[in-house]
Write a new protein. Structure first.
Lengths: 267, 241
């Protein structure tokens, strides 16, 4: 199985994960969407040296993963291509920022090291939260919630179709790669001389398929307006989820939880 | 139901794909459209559905000329089953794909659900309802694709190679299903055995023109006519020699 086939399988498995029936899956999509957006905002808002403050934020996705029945390793496995990029974000900070923040024994801890870890954790936490949302909410339900929140229909349709067409692009690329590999034994990847025609063909083939898919939509009455899955009523448990999440974010953001716990333990 | 009057079409100048085509498909009729590769079968289907503009002549669906102003009305009456079911099924599950068309045509949720259940029961594929499209086998996908079209309750069905890439067992199921559908049918295919099984009338297309039009029993047994048009007798009639 080539990398693209694996990517395609991963993509289709997201739909399967999203069709689960845990308490997190059953939450109102708007509640999950708002909570995730708030989580990402709060995580991003931490100062680059505030590693202690940021750490407890990791609890929220971890608890939700447990409740949803989706193993956290699934998240890391599926995001294995993106994670190194996220991790690379702060890689140069230790070389650029030599401000001494703490000393552990005789060892000085530079601000660059702390900010690197903080940035990495921010990226990982945000990815975990976004993955959790996607893995517990089918894309059309998510789009329905976005429309309910008055996000412009054009943008929502764009999101939905991008998700659908991403699969087509990957599928075509996978078939073409396989055909290439079968006629180029012993060769690793696609030779640079073939990249031009390969990409051109990929574009043309994907466009053809996308056109046929769009025709199929038109023939079934599509007129720039999707009828998304029915959104369930906003219930008390959804409000409670939002309230608890909000309270947790506020608590962690405003109070130095780790320091308080530390001083409590010392006393 | 479907009338083509002197229809011509070309993708490139001076290279006509269809030339001066005239025929009528009457309500309730089941018509097979056969011809060699490049004969213009798929192009004709797309013209009838208004996916391609008619350059010359006129196509009427239930009395309405196919054109920009009538597209909505025409397409509501026609259900098109694509050759590649993967391109037809674009929603995550079979159910969501089936409700796509009725909801677009403002059918209520309750009525849509009733239609979905009725179609699934009729085709005997109730177990596919909540299945994910990408997890269906080729045969299941084809049946689900037909189901998504039937949920529209179209007056006529246009099918492009409905039995291609199916194993014998699934092919037989699809043929039986098509044969039992009461709608007007226009079926483009190279599977002449299937055409013989499902159609009363056959139109032979050759180089964009009608080479023959008549009862399926007559046309599909005419070896000379078929061979002149780069076709062969259906296997069931060709014998084992």
């Amino acid at each position: 199985m080539n990398k693209l086939e694996t990517a395609l399988r991963d993509l289709s498995e997201m739909d399967t994960l999203a069709s689960g029936s845990s308490c997190i899956h059953r939450l109102h999509p708007a509640a999950k969407l708002i909570a995730t957006a708030a989580y990402i905002l709060v995580v991003v808002s931490f100062h680059k040296y505030n590693l202690g403050g940021l750490l407890p934020m990791g609890l929220w996705p971890v608890v939700l993963f447990q409740l949803s029945g989706i193993p956290i390793r699934t998240c890391f496995y599926k995001l294995r291509i993106v994670l190194p990029l996220v991790m690379a974000v702060g890689l140069f900070n230790p070389f650029l920022d030599h401000t001494v923040l703490y000393t552990v024994g005789n060892i000085a801890v530079w601000g660059g090291v702390v900010s690197m870890i903080t940035l990495m954790l921010k990226g990982v936490f945000c990815l975990m939260a976004a993955f959790l949302l996607a893995a517990t909410t089918p894309i059309d339900v998510l789009c329905g919630a976005l429309r309910m929140m008055h996000v412009p229909g054009m943008l929502v349709t764009l999101l939905l179709l991008t998700c659908r067409y991403a699969g087509i692009l990957t599928e075509e690329a996978s078939v073409m790669t396989q055909a290439y590999e079968l006629r180029a034994p012993g060769q690793k990847g696609i030779h640079i001389s073939a990249w031009g025609s390969f990409l051109g063909q990929l574009l043309l083939r994907s466009m053809d398929r996308a056109q046929e898919l769009y025709d199929s939509m038109l023939l079934r009455g599509y007129h720039e307006h999707f009828h998304y899955a029915p959104i369930p009523r906003f219930r008390v448990k959804d409000a409670l989820f939002l309230a608890f999440s909000g309270a947790f974010f506020a608590l962690v953001r405003m109070l130095p939880v780790v320091q308080l716990l530390g001083s409590f333990a010392v006393q | 139901m479907i009338t083509c009057q002197q229809v011509s079409f070309s993708y490139e100048k001076d290279r006509p794909v269809l030339r001066d085509l005239s025929f009528t498909v009457h309500p309730g009729e089941s018509v097979g459209l056969i011809g060699a590769n490049g004969a213009g079968k798929s192009t004709l289907m797309k013209l009838i559905l208004g996916l391609l503009p008619c350059m010359q002549g006129q196509i009427l669906v239930d009395g309405s000329a196919v054109g920009k102003d009538t597209l909505k009305e025409v397409r509501r009456k026609l259900g098109y089953v694509l050759q590649n079911s993967d391109n037809q099924m674009f929603m995550p599950t079979v159910y969501e794909d089936m409700i796509f068309a009725p909801l677009n045509y403002m059918v209520s949720r309750e009525e849509t659900d009733r239609r979905v259940d009725a179609v699934l029961e009729k085709l005997g594929i109730g177990d596919l309802k909540s299945r994910h499209n990408h997890k269906l086998s080729g045969g299941e996908k084809r049946m689900a694709a037909i189901a998504t079209i039937l949920a529209m309750e179209p007056e006529a069905l246009l099918m492009d190679e409905p039995t291609s890439a199916l194993d014998p067992y699934n092919r037989r199921i699809v043929i039986r299903t098509i044969r039992d559908l009461p709608q007007t049918k226009l079926i483009a295919s190279h599977d002449l055995d299937m055409i013989l099984d499902t159609c009363d009338r056959v139109i032979v297309l050759s180089k964009g023109q009608i080479a023959a039009d008549g009862p399926a029993g007559e046309i599909l047994t005419d070896r000379r006519l078929l061979e002149e048009n780069r076709l062969e007798l259906p296997l069931c009639l060709a014998g084992r020699s």
